[in-house]
Design a protein around this ligand. Structure first.
Ligand code: HEC
Ligand code: HEC
Length: 502
């Protein structure tokens, strides 16, 4: 992500999803009824087996489970999906190349394709969990340094509560561990883990691994002493268009920034600067909800992860800073007669955006199984739903039939929560603090290993099982986590089975 510098802009009213106003009183009442907490857990709720509504993918829970298009997509749009898929999987090359169709990679980059970090449209994993060992794919290290008081004041005038940071002066906003021939990579993300035991009621002992991050072999000298790091694995790609279609108002309605209801859970809406609409907007994408729309997220990935200029991020040198002179002067893939003069043109950006909007969520496995239903009841009574909100109904979006007016089950509120010191990265982003993270959507999480061949969870992949992921919860989620530690082993096992069925 390219971090914004100070912007002298006055506060613009939040741009609400246009379709919002279209809900009639009767419709609003129906939405409230279908999204209410169920009265009993002895049987699945209506439509529970279809987490993405009509867009849900039915069929085998295999390695392709996250790679299928929205189920009810028309033939013409299917073609667009497949074109987007091809760009998502394409390996970009250094400019200038003979064909010119796929050049412009770098000068600095983390991977040559989107797919490398989002394997099978699933999540990335920390390098230690991958073979061959030492491979860096699927994980990045965001960098920044604190902004000056003046810069902070300028930002606060634009977005209240915004905590701006600046790119690290030499290395920029992300550590790129690869570079085109002739240029040195910026360095390496080194991780060490320290394992410690967590005893659970009933005699079981879980072992968590606490990571420490360092930059190995920094190519242009040490990083700034006040540099802040945010390690992140690539999230799974399913259901993103449906999350984009949740009305702003329904997300904001669940926020409780001052914890007015006193339940210990606040939940804050992320307010971010949207490069796409040049105004503040509600953030939903990325581990700190730092980005408002999928198109902007995709454009930022092209710019920062692959080093490809595009209509939203037009700098062909991507994340190279002014201090990186060789990088700034390396040949670019831009050509005035080609691709709108960018390395990635608007049409290509739109195709990939369409693709990421339409990766379907697989159907639930065995939602009527008695142990899974018991786990669902435990999930509710333990307080998990305070953040992992089961249901939303998407807005009516005439130009996006696949996402329009669907009952969805993402198990997220799309809000920011203080998750305690254990998970903190101490690096603010937008309005998110160094302890806050966006509630991770849980749909499809049970298929992680089937899709990517590995299990690791949380923003930096430190948890090697779903139970470990829960045991890392702190801050606002500490009471829920403590209840999981204290509950009888059968309840804990049922809770995990429920998560595996999502
Ligand atoms: C080097 C690894 C890497 C590559 C390459 C990469 N991504 Fe990602 N992707 C990530 C990480 C890490 C995040 C989380 C970012 C954050 O927290 O802000 C992410 C997040 C996303 C998201 C938001 C998901 C969510 O749940 O909020 C989308 C969409 C996305 N990437 C699409 C793409 C596309 C399209 C490409 C290719 C143009 C791409 N990515 C290339 C690592 C990568
Ligand atoms: C206070 C809000 C909150 C509560 C309560 C909460 N969670 Fe979470 N959960 C989060 C956030 C935020 C994350 C992402 C944290 C991160 O990535 O570091 C998360 C992540 C997870 C993950 C990993 C997701 C992934 O994609 O890697 C699982 C599994 C999970 N939660 C399950 C639970 C269960 C089960 C409960 C109840 C015992 C629970 N959570 C209670 C906020 C909460």
């Amino acid at each position: 992500m390219i971090l914004a510098g100070a912007r002298p802009v006055v506060l613009v009213a939040l741009i609400a999803t246009p379709a919002l106003a279209q809900r009639t009183t009767d419709e609003a009442a129906r939405v409230a009824a279908v999204t209410a907490t169920p009265a009993y857990f002895a049987a699945p709720e209506p439509f529970e087996a279809l987490p993405a509504g009509a867009a849900t993918r039915r069929g085998a829970a295999d390695g392709r489970a996250f790679s299928m298009p929205s189920a009810h997509m028309g033939a013409e749009r299917l073609l667009e999906f497949h074109l987007g898929d091809a760009v998502f999987g394409k390996l970009w090359v250094t400019a200038p190349s003979a064909t010119r169709a796929s050049d412009g990679l770098g000068p600095l980059f983390n991977a040559r394709s989107c797919q490398t970090c989002h394997p099978g449209d699933g999540r990335g994993h920390p390098p230690a969990d991958l073979s061959p060992a030492g491979s860096r794919l699927g994980m990045v290290l965001r960098l920044s340094v604190p902004a000056s008081p003046d810069q902070i004041a300028a930002h606060l005038a634009t977005i209240p509560g915004h905590r701006p940071t600046l790119p690290e002066p030499t290395y920029g906003s992300q550590l790129q561990d690869r570079a085109i021939a002739g240029l040195a990579p910026e360095g390496r993300l080194d991780i060490t883990y320290q394992v410690f035991p967590v005893p659970l009621a009933g005699g079981e002992v879980a072992h968590l691994r606490r990571p420490t991050y360092r930059v190995g072999d920094p190519g242009q000298g040490p990083l700034a002493p006040d540099a802040m790091f945010s390690p992140r694995v690539a999230p799974q790609m399913i259901g993103l268009g449906l999350l984009e279609a949740v009305p702003d108002a329904d997300i904001i309605a669940r926020a409780d920034p001052e914890d007015a209801d006193g339940d210990g859970i606040s939940g804050r809406a992320a307010m971010v600067w949207s490069v796409e609409v040049q105004a503040p907007a509600l953030g939903r994408f990325g581990h700190k909800a730092g980005v408002a729309s999928l198109r902007e997220m995709v454009a930022a990935a092209f710019a920062t992860d692959l080093g490809l200029s595009n209509p939203l991020f037009p700098d062909p040198a991507g994340d190279c800073t002014a201090a990186q002179i060789a990088c700034r002067t390396a040949p670019s893939g831009e050509d005035p007669g080609l691709r709108d003069g960018r390395e990635v043109d608007g049409a290509t950006l739109d195709l990939v955006t369409f693709y990421t909007r339409n990766l379907a969520v697989p159907e639930r496995r065995a939602p009527a199984d008695p142990q899974i239903l018991r786990g669902k009841a435990v999930f509710n009574s333990t307080g998990c739903t305070a953040c992992h909100n089961p249901k939303f109904v998407t807005a009516r979006l005439p130009d996006r039939p696949e996402q329009s007016f669907q009952l969805i089950w993402p198990y997220t509120d799309l809000l920011l929560h203080d998750m305690g010191p254990g998970l903190a990265d101490h690096r603010p982003e937008g309005t998110a603090s160094g302890r806050e993270w966006r509630t991770a959507p849980l749909w499809g999480i049970g298929l992680t290993e089937v899709v990517t061949g590995r299990a690791s969870y949380l923003h930096d992949g430190r948890a090697r099982s779903l139970l470990e992921a829960v045991l890392w919860h702190g801050g606002e989620a500490q009471p829920a986590r403590d209840r999981v530690v204290a509950m009888p082993p059968e309840d804990r096992a049922a809770l995990i089975r429920f998560l595996e069925s999502l």
